[in-house]
Design a protein. Structure first.
Length: 333
């Protein structure tokens, strides 16, 4: 993204050699803004609540563009985005719009006789990608806030449940290469992680892992997910009878974000005696790092089993290879 913009600035400097010194300064500003995006925007600038600086206020950043325009017109009044005023400004956050305006001014000097895709169009696409990346960081901040909120509300009766599918698994045989794999076939494995506090008076958090492994290439749909979660919740309730409610986190996959699964969630209490209080959909790859860490240990166990000269060619051998994982249980479908 930034390398493309730097390359376009070099191209602009070739077309307009009289502004070569300006181009060098611009490139340095672009690199500084890239550093700001990578390191400072998420960690230091975006607040987890309201901020008097509009570009730091999470609620302002998440609102629609129309509401933002109204806020700009009423800078020192209550914002329609979050209901509170924004009285301050941030030079670093506004650098993106300053760069775009300045570069657009320079591009307007390019002669129309220059062939190829107009450089203005290509630069505009780069800034659109910057906006998408900034939007991803803003949504990540919101998702972290939701995750932390769920954790803070855990007690002896509530649990946080994270669901995610592992990349489909192909059986392996010792010293036999794995078949070509492009993520479309193999054995499905749904990981379910329970995070809870057995003792409401203690700050200790317990984690239990449950895998639902299929002995065939199974469609990853809402029915598979709801069936697995129903079994998991029943077993969790048997182990921890005090648990009555749970928060649910998944990514935005079609098997999770579907009317069938959401409808099942409404009736889950009558089936499992555990009520789903809130359900949060996160972006792909967000909010489920606890599952990814578990899947990494899963893969390490399988690799160790193969390296020891044993096969992993059926569900029983998979279960055997995964023995020893702390807090882990596997169900074979």
């Amino acid at each position: 993204m930034v390398l493309v913009l730097l390359s376009l600035l070099d191209e602009l400097g070739t077309i307009l050699p009289q502004i070569s010194n300006v181009i060098q300064d611009l490139k340095q500003r672009v690199e500084n803004y890239h550093h700001f995006l990578r390191l400072n925007l998420y960690n230091k600038h975006i607040a987890e609540d309201h901020s008097e600086t509009a570009t730091h206020c999470l609620y302002y950043l998440l609102c629609s563009s129309d509401s933002k325009q109204k806020t700009s017109a009423l800078q020192f009044s209550e914002s329609p985005c979050c209901g509170k005023p924004h009285k301050m400004d941030c030079r670093e956050c506004n650098e993106r719009s300053h760069l775009e305006r300045y570069i657009s001014h320079l591009v307007s000097q390019v002669p129309e006789s220059v062939s190829g895709v107009p450089i203005a169009v290509r630069i505009e696409k780069v800034f659109e990608k910057m906006d998408k990346y900034s939007g991803h960081l803003i949504r990540s901040k919101l998702q972290k806030k939701i995750f932390d909120s769920f954790l803070s509300r855990l007690d002896g009766k509530k649990a946080l449940v994270v669901l995610d599918f592992k990349m489909k698994f192909l059986y392996r045989v010792f010293r036999e290469s794995q078949s070509a794999f492009f993520g479309q076939r193999g054995n499905s494995n749904l990981g379910i992680v329970f995070i809870f506090k057995p003792d409401p008076n203690s700050e200790d958090i317990h984690i239990e892992y449950l895998d639902f492994f299929c002995n065939e290439d199974t469609t990853q749909d809402w029915f598979f997910v709801s069936s697995a979660l129903q079994i998991a919740n029943r077993q969790f309730k048997e182990r921890h009878p005090s648990m009555e409610e749970e928060f649910l986190i998944t990514d935005n996959g079609g098997c999770f974000h579907s009317s069938g699964f959401i409808l099942w969630c409404q009736y889950s209490y009558s089936l499992t005696k555990i009520k789903i209080l809130e359900y949060a959909f996160f972006e792909a790859g967000e909010g489920k790092s606890v599952c990814d860490q578990h899947f990494k240990r899963w893969d390490d166990k399988i690799a160790k089993q193969i390296a020891s000269g044993k096969n992993v060619s059926n569900p029983k051998e998979v279960s055997e290879a995964l023995k020893g994982l702390s807090g882990h249980c596997i169900q074979i479908f």
